[in-house]
Design a binder for this molecule. Structure first.
Ligand SMILES: Cc1cc2nc3c(=O)[nH]c(=O)nc-3n(C[C@H](O)[C@H](O)[C@H](O)COP(=O)(O)O)c2cc1C
Length: 357
C-alpha cells in the first residue's frame, strides 16, 4: 500500500520492525503458523500461540513461520507453564522478535528475554497491572478492554486505554473491540501506538477455525457473548452457546454434574488419564480457590477450546469471542484486512485535514 499517513507509522512499528501498527494476538487453537505468517507477511505482527504446544512442536511451528516469511513475528507463552524456561530458550535461539503473555510473566523470564534482546509484551486488563509489569521492565503492553475475547477484565476499552496511557511510559497497544480503520485512529487518538485484534483475525481466510464455526461467529450479534468464570475460574468472554449457556443457567449441584459429564467426554478426546486430570484439577483448586465444577472444567480447558474451535462440537465445545463479533460479517484474507484497515484509517485522517485546504 502506498501513501500511508505518517501518523499511522508509530514508534511501535519501529520497535517491532513492522509496516502497520496492527497486531494479531496469540490465540490458543487459532493463531497457528499459517495465520501468524500471513499477518506478518502482510505488514502487521502475527503472534503464534505457543502455550498449548510442547517444546518440539513449538520449535517446528516457529521454523514453519520462518520458512514462509522473513517478517517479524511473536510467540504467546504462559509464564506458569512447566517448561516456560525451555520455551524461552527456543524463542531466543530461533531469533523470535516478540514474546507475549496472557498474564504477567515472571521477573526472571522478563530478565532472560531482555538480556537476549527479545521484546516482551504482556496483555493486561487493568491500570495497576500495567504499572506492575512496566516497573518490571517489559517493553510494551497490550491493554485489553472488557469487550475483548478470551480472558478479560472489567474496564471497557474506551476507559482503559487513556487510563493506561496516562499511567505508563512504555508503548500501549489497544485491544478489545477493534476491527477497522476508524478504531485504529481512535486508539491512536487515545495515545495508544497501535491496535491488537483477536476475534477479527479468527474470522479470516487463513484462520484454522472450522468453517461451520466461523459461520456461527459471523451470525452472532454484539449481545451474543457472555463473561463466565465457569471455564477455568477466571473471567473469560465466550460465545453464549453449548456448555457455557447450560453451566451459566445451572445451580451448583447440576453445574457439577454437567461439568463432570463434560469431563468424561473430554477425557476421551484428550486421552489424558484420570489421575493426571485430577492432579491438575487439584493444583488449580489450591492456587485459584475454584469450585469443584470449575476445577473439573478447568482441567479440561484446552480441550474445551479444541472441541469448540477445531472440532466444531457445538454441544461440548467452548468458543472465545469478543463482542466485536457482532460487527464482523466477512472472511477476508489477512492481507485484504490489513490493507482495508490502513486505507480506512488514512481516509479518516484525510477528513480531519479537509478544513486545512
Ligand atoms: C478464540 C480466542 C482465543 C484466545 N486465546 C488467547 C491466548 O491463548 N492467549 C492470550 O494471551 N490471549 C488469548 N485471547 C485474547 C486475544 O489474544 C485478544 O487479546 C482479544 O481477542 C482481543 O479482543 P478482540 O477479540 O475484541 O479483538 C484469545 C481470544 C480469542 C477470541
Amino acid at each position: 500500500m502506498t501513501g500511508v499517513d505518517p501518523a499511522l507509522h508509530t514508534e511501535l512499528c519501529e520497535l517491532l520492525g513492522i509496516r502497520y501498527p496492527i497486531i494479531q494476538t496469540g490465540m490458543g487453537w487459532v493463531s497457528d503458523p499459517r495465520l501468524t505468517a500471513a499477518t506478518s507477511a502482510a505488514g502487521g505482527l502475527g503472534i503464534l500461540s505457543g502455550a498449548l504446544l510442547n517444546t518440539t512442536e513449538l520449535r517446528a511451528a516457529i521454523q514453519q513461520i520462518k520458512q514462509s516469511t522473513d517478517a517479524s513475528f511473536g510467540v504467546n507463552l504462559r509464564s506458569d507453564h512447566a517448561q516456560a524456561a525451555e520455551m524461552a530458550e527456543i524463542l531466543i535461539n530461533e531469533g523470535v522478535r516478540v514474546a507475549s503473555f496472557a498474564l504477567a510473566p515472571k521477573p526472571e523470564l522478563i530478565a532472560r528475554f531482555k538480556e537476549a534482546g527479545v521484546i516482551v509484551i504482556p496483555s493486561i486488563g487493568a491500570r495497576r497491572h500495567a504499572e506492575k509489569v512496566a516497573a518490571q521492565g517489559v517493553d510494551a503492553v497490550i491493554a485489553q478492554g472488557a469487550e475483548g475475547g478470551g480472558h478479560t477484565g472489567q474496564v471497557p476499552t474506551g476507559l482503559l486505554i487513556p487510563q493506561v496511557v496516562d499511567a505508563v511510559s512504555i508503548p500501549v497497544i489497544a485491544a478489545g473491540g477493534f476491527f477497522d480503520g476508524r478504531g485504529l485512529v481512535a486508539a491512536l487518538s487515545y495515545g495508544a501506538q497501535g491496535i491488537a485484534m483477536g476475534t477479527r483475525f479468527l474470522l479470516t481466510q487463513e484462520s484454522p477455525v472450522a468453517d461451520s464455526v466461523k459461520r456461527r461467529y459471523l451470525a452472532a450479534a454484539v449481545t451474543d457473548t457472555v463473561v463466565t468464570k465457569q471455564i477455568d475460574g477466571v473471567p473469560q468472554r465466550v460465545l453464549r452457546a453449548g456448555p457455557v449457556a447450560e453451566l451459566e443457567r445451572a445451580n451448583p449441584v447440576t453445574r457439577l454434574a454437567r461439568a463432570a459429564s463434560n469431563a468424561v467426554a473430554f477425557r476421551r478426546l484428550s486421552g489424558d488419564s484420570w489421575p493426571s486430570l485430577i492432579r491438575e484439577g487439584l493444583a488449580m483448586k489450591r492456587s485459584n480457590e475454584l469450585s469443584w465444577s470449575q476445577v473439573v472444567m478447568a482441567a479440561n480447558a484446552p480441550m474445551l477450546y479444541r472441541a469448540g474451535l477445531v472440532e466444531a462440537r457445538e454441544d461440548v465445545g467452548v468458543t472465545a469471542s469478543g463482542q466485536v463479533v457482532g460487527l464482523i460479517d466477512d472472511l477476508p484474507t489477512c492481507a485484504e484486512l490489513l490493507e482495508r484497515i490502513m486505507r480506512q484509517a488514512n481516509e479518516v485522517i484525510e477528513r480531519f485535514h479537509v478544513g486545512d485546504r
